[in-house]
Write a protein that binds this ligand. Structure first.
Ligand SMILES: C[S@@+](CC[C@H](N)C(=O)[O-])C[C@H]1O[C@@H](n2cnc3c(N)ncnc32)[C@H](O)[C@@H]1O
Length: 266
């Protein structure tokens, strides 16, 4: 009982903090590209605040309503700021061959598709996931959902092209072969949070990124300078170790929004 009350109190407090951070602030009232924003704000905290503000004051209504839709009925994870991050990244770098590892209910792949449709960019979007409730050491997912049908239904809801969905764990041979048989302009790693799997995903994706391609690692700022506000999350140990031990040393770090770290292959 006390635990439930505490949880509810925390939820109200973090919602109030998110609301306060979203108030109109002159210093954030400019529509920067991702690179311009990182040049200007320079830290994960400042960048997160800028993108949170961008979501409420600069982002296109259709993209905002995509986030509002995915926040209902536990359809997606993440934070409002990440919709602004994806818009600024896709608008600036225009990736066409895109891959997500760990699709869940399709929030990110459908967002990419929606943004690219608005930008008039023809893209080829792939998702690799078991399309079951398979979790890991730190995550449990909803049962009783046909995840494959669910992802397709959300694409239909937004009138989006059907993505290429591969039903497999990223460590299965069929998934490894699929990732290896392409050069990717953008890869988002958000599958298993277990260190060994996150590392295997990172290693194969790093190899298969095109020159100038982007790799975004979710949930990976735990061992960084990011001090997450109450309505945000710094990350999980597995992906955060991969970023700290490998990505920071092997790829060009071009910025971060909260727990999403963005790298470029140069
Ligand atoms: C955190 S969720 C992804 C959330 C999604 N990106 C979003 O924004 O809503 C992680 C997903 O990865 C899936 N998953 C777990 N292990 C995986 C693996 N080895 N390969 C691919 N997907 C995996 C889970 O079943 C889950 O659907």
């Amino acid at each position: 009982m006390l635990k439930a009350l505490k949880k509810e109190f925390f939820q109200h407090l973090s919602a109030a903090q998110a609301f306060w951070y979203a108030r109109s602030q002159a210093e954030y009232m400019k529509a920067c590209s991702f690179t311009e924003a990182w040049d200007e704000y320079k830290t994960r905290n400042e960048m997160h605040l800028y993108m949170h503000h961008y979501f409420f004051h600069s982002l296109d209504d259709e993209i905002k309503s995509h986030r509002i839709y995915y926040k209902q009925d536990q359809r997606g994870f993440g934070e409002d700021a990440f919709h602004a991050m994806w818009f600024t990244l896709l608008n600036e770098f225009r990736p066409t061959k895109c891959l997500e590892i760990g699709v869940y209910r399709g929030q990110v792949i459908s967002l990419w598709s929606l943004i690219n449709k608005r930008l008039g960019v023809e893209s080829d979007i792939h998702g690799v996931a078991p399309f079951t409730p398979s979790g890991d050491q730190v995550s449990v997912y909803l049962r009783n959902i046909d995840y494959h049908a669910d992802v397709l239904s959300h694409h239909r809801h937004f009138g989006l092209k059907v993505p290429f969905l591969l039903k497999a764990f990223s460590t299965d041979d069929i998934a490894i072969n699929h990732i290896k048989s392409n050069r990717w302009d953008l890869i988002y790693i958000d599958g298993s949070h277990d260190y060994e799997v996150a590392l295997a995903d990172y290693q194969i994706c790093k190899e298969q990124l095109a020159q100038g391609g982007l790799l975004v690692m979710d949930d990976s700022s735990l061992y960084s300078d990011y001090k997450a506000p109450m309505f945000s999350f710094a990350g999980h140990p597995g992906p955060s170790r991969v970023v700290q031990e490998f990505a920071m040393k092997e790829l060009l770090f071009i910025g971060a929004v909260g727990h999403n770290n963005v790298f470029m292959k140069t």
